[in-house]
Every structure is written in structure tokens, then in C-alpha cells.
Design a protein around this ligand. Sequence first.
Ligand SMILES: [Fe+2]
Length: 198
Amino acid sequence: MNAVTKTSYAPNLKFSHMGFATSDLAAMEDFYTRVLGFSVTDRGEVLGMSLVFLSRDPDDHHQLVLVSGRPDDLPANPYHPQFGCVINQISFKVSSLQELRKLNDIFLKEGVKNMMPSNHGIAYSIYCHDPDGNNLEFFVDTDWYFPQPFLIPLDFSKSDEEIVKETEEFSRQQPGFEPYPEWRARFGGIMNLYRPQA
Ligand SMILES: [Fe+2]
């Protein structure tokens, strides 16, 4: 198990959103709204930059901000071109393996680039690139935990039932395996949880 370091005072906070620079604001807005279903909650100019605010949750005015100004000549990740040179991945949770399979079909139809369906044992996922080449991940958790990282190809030519059955089988054989609910209960007890205040 990883060591968990606690500060003497943990601020009451929760991760909320991120923004990234884009070289093609229109193509990026189209992809995130039309293909991924985000709503534009605001747009405008500040400090010489054009911004588009995107959300799929009214509790967050924005979950993503697209901002003009991405340089054209960013270097590739020296270890693996799938992953970003600075932002390794931007990851979205989906509701089920069936939903992930639907997304796979949509991405194939849309001609989404660098698709890499992957099985982490603890999650099924599709990595792919958005129009700017940022590495995105779409994933659904399984019911099983074992120490990460772990990555093998996810084969969508198999049925959902086959995928789930063989994933459970190899997950249970891994050292450090435990049912994911037990892992969550254990880590929930040692993490600094955000507490909403009135
Ligand atoms: Fe991930």
C-alpha cells in the first residue's frame, strides 16, 4: 500500500475543474459539446484570450475551460505518444461498460484519433485524442481492486459478459486483490474528505 502523508491541517477542498489552451477553439468546442455532450455555460475574452466554459453539472459553472493560445510546436511525450507531454490524461467517468462500448462506436464514426481501448482490471477505459491531440480517457470502474498501474488491451470484439468474466478472473489472481468497495472503505478512512459547509 502507498504511504499516505497527512499535513497537520488539511484544507477543506475538492477538485473541481481544469482549463487548457487550445489551438482550434471552434473544433474543440464542437467536439466537447456535440460529441461529448457538454453545455457552453459562458464564453468571452479576458487578458487577450478567448475562453469557452463547459460543464455537464450545474453544481460546477465550468468543469472545463477551453482557452486560446496553445503553441503549435509542443513536443511529444518522450515515452509514449498516446500520453500528453504535460497533461498525461483528462479522464471522464461513464456509467457502464455498455455506455463505454457505445462511445467506442461513436468515436469510430467520428474518426477520433489515437483510440486505445484498455483494461486496467480496476476499470475499463478508452484512451483517445481530442481535436488538439490532448489524451482523453473514458472509463468505468469494475468491482475489483488490485495495485496499479496495470494496462492490457480491451477487446470490444468480445461480449460485455466475456470481458467482465475474464477481468474478474485475472483480477482475483493478482497480488493485493480486494473487492473495490473494501478498498474504498479503507482509503475513505484515511483520506482528507471534503465537507460541504452551510
Ligand atoms: Fe486514468
